[in-house]
Design a binder for this molecule. Structure first.
Ligand SMILES: C[S@@+](CC[C@H](N)C(=O)[O-])C[C@H]1O[C@@H](n2cnc3c(N)ncnc32)[C@H](O)[C@@H]1O
Length: 254
């Protein structure tokens, strides 16, 4: 763990993006409206963003990260339920999986295909008792929370001792050439494709915001530091294809 980590300071995942909202207090309402308004297009733009690999990847990474039958699973920031759906297939027990998201629009989409408990809420204030779940996943939402420390401490609270947190996130490729290609696709091509294919300015805005938050996100070292400072052990990061990040962290056993 870095000595430079200030364990008390708030850690926003990226600075205020004045292009979209004026101050820190504007972040949450902006993000909520963004997902509410683009919810019906999310699965389609997500498939374009991951070039169709998203469904396979979510299942695979849950298995690789140790999700097993008999576990109680919480999908934080479930959105339209893509991670929860993968977990339900793996666990074969719909009641073992709970989905949580603040966006009523995203939850409405999730309810169309998922028969699991779906709860409206935020990761910074989880509406669950302490020591409740064996496995938590937060997929592609780290960039949207207000404070990483608050979010991670809440995750640790609701995990059983020895339980596991998996955080999935996109980051810029490390090579300059990779960054140029990534930037061209995510900043220019994807928002345009989204606008053309959905006809929705809100879905286009979602993709523009997607790019800006990735480009401005705090470095992975800081995410790892905050996980450690939030009381997790065995914190590790795997990177696939230069940009798919998997942070795994354990709640101490006792
Ligand atoms: C990019 S979507 C990811 C959805 C899903 N996890 C997936 O893998 O496709 C991000 C989700 O994070 C949710 N979100 C935003 N702020 C949040 C917060 N503070 N706590 C929990 N979820 C949040 C949004 O409503 C949105 O549904």
């Amino acid at each position: 763990m870095s000595d430079k980590t200030d364990r008390t300071a708030a850690t926003a995942p990226h600075p205020v993006l004045k292009k979209y909202y004026e101050s820190e207090s504007g972040r949450r309402p902006f993000v909520s409206a963004l997902f509410d308004n683009a919810a019906q297009h999310y699965d389609w733009v997500c498939a374009m963003g991951s070039l169709g690999s998203g469904r396979f990847y979510r299942s695979w990474v849950l298995t690789q990260s140790g999700l097993r039958g008999g576990m109680k699973f919480l999908d934080i920031a479930t959105g339209t339920g893509q991670v929860a759906r993968a977990a339900t297939r793996l666990l074969r027990e719909p009641r073992a999986v709970v989905g949580l998201d603040p966006s009523a629009g995203m939850l409405r989409e999730a309810r169309k295909t998922l028969a699991i408990p779906l709860v409206q809420g935020i990761v910074e204030d989880l509406p669950f008792t302490t020591d409740r779940f064996d496995f938590l996943c937060m997929g592609y939402a780290l960039r949207h929370v207000t404070d990483l420390g608050v979010a991670f401490r809440e995750c640790r609270r609701v995990l059983k001792p020895g339980g596991r947190l998996l955080v999935l996130e996109i980051s810029l490729p490390s090579s300059a050439a990779g960054q140029r290609v990534f930037r061209l696709y995510f900043e220019r091509v994807l928002p345009l494709l989204t606008r053309i294919s959905t006809g929705s300015a809100q879905a286009e805005l979602l993709m523009k915001y997607y790019w800006d938050t990735i480009a401005q996100c705090v470095p992975s070292e800081q995410i790892i530091d905050v996980l450690g400072a939030s009381g997790f052990t065995g914190v590790a990061r795997r990177v696939r294809g230069g940009m798919l990040n998997e942070y795994v962290a354990l709640k101490p056993a006792g």
